[in-house]
Design a protein around this ligand. Structure first.
Ligand SMILES: [Zn+2]
Length: 234
């Protein structure tokens, strides 16, 4: 912890996060599949969290900065997890802060990763709220084989698949992707009737912009015109 006590915003919130982080640390050695009678979180989520934390701590890159005086931050950069700390930190401070910040980041990411069951429940809520409950999904699942698409559906069966690339994105972006697929259960294609349904969701425009930005950052085509429509379209 910074010795001057003037921990910046990240520092203070990290302290709060570290309390639960310490508890998780003690729980982490539970063997996978062991007894888990803890109430609350969805089945497997504690293990997922412990796994994710262990993985993140394993792969973390620590950056010491002379300009950084009293802030510590953790972020993802090109698939790596980076923790930036002041150059003057001791090894002990480094260890302590890396653990705090990674714990905080991983819990934040986990909160943004609902299970398939939670996805279905959310999709049903969104259908009720924006589509008068007319879209009735039978299942919603995370999948890894969507290519550049954010989601897809099979109207005849009422099944919806959401790309795992959406995992970890803000809730309102996930809601848009879900609503987009729900609307496809009622309207094939991207005609005016389709967009009239999707635009009932107030953050549609913003979510589309967010997804365009992600697509651009992760797989920008060499030629700007190449596949642009496909990239931005869930
Ligand atoms: Zn579509």
């Amino acid at each position: 912890m910074p010795q001057d006590g003037a921990a910046a915003r990240e520092g203070r919130s990290a302290q709060a996060a570290s309390r639960s982080g310490a508890a998780e640390g003690r729980d982490a050695p539970h063997p996978p599949g062991g007894p888990d009678d803890a109430p609350g979180p969805a089945p497997g989520s504690e293990e997922d969290r412990a796994d994710a934390l262990a993985q993140a701590l394993d792969a973390v890159e620590v950056r010491r900065s002379r300009r950084r005086v009293r802030t510590v931050t953790a972020f993802r950069e090109g698939g790596r997890l980076v923790v930036a700390i002041p150059a003057r930190f001791t090894r002990t401070q480094e260890r302590e802060w890396v653990r705090r910040m990674v714990t905080k980041l991983v819990s934040q990411e986990q909160r943004r990763r609902p299970s398939d069951e939670q996805l279905l429940a959310r999709a049903t809520e969104l259908s009720t709220r924006y589509l008068e409950g007319r879209a009735q999904p039978t299942s919603v699942a995370w999948v890894t084989n969507q290519g550049r698409r954010w989601g897809s559906c099979t109207p005849g069966e009422g099944t919806i698949r959401i790309s795992s690339r959406v995992r970890g994105m803000p809730r309102w972006v996930l809601d848009y992707v879900l609503l987009h697929e729900l609307a496809h259960l009622l309207q094939a294609g991207h005609g005016p009737e389709f967009w009239a349904l999707v635009e009932r969701y107030p953050r549609t425009e913003r979510a589309r912009g967010f997804l365009e930005g992600v697509a651009y950052a992760t797989d920008a085509p060499a030629d700007e015109d190449d596949g642009e429509e496909q990239v931005t379209e869930p």
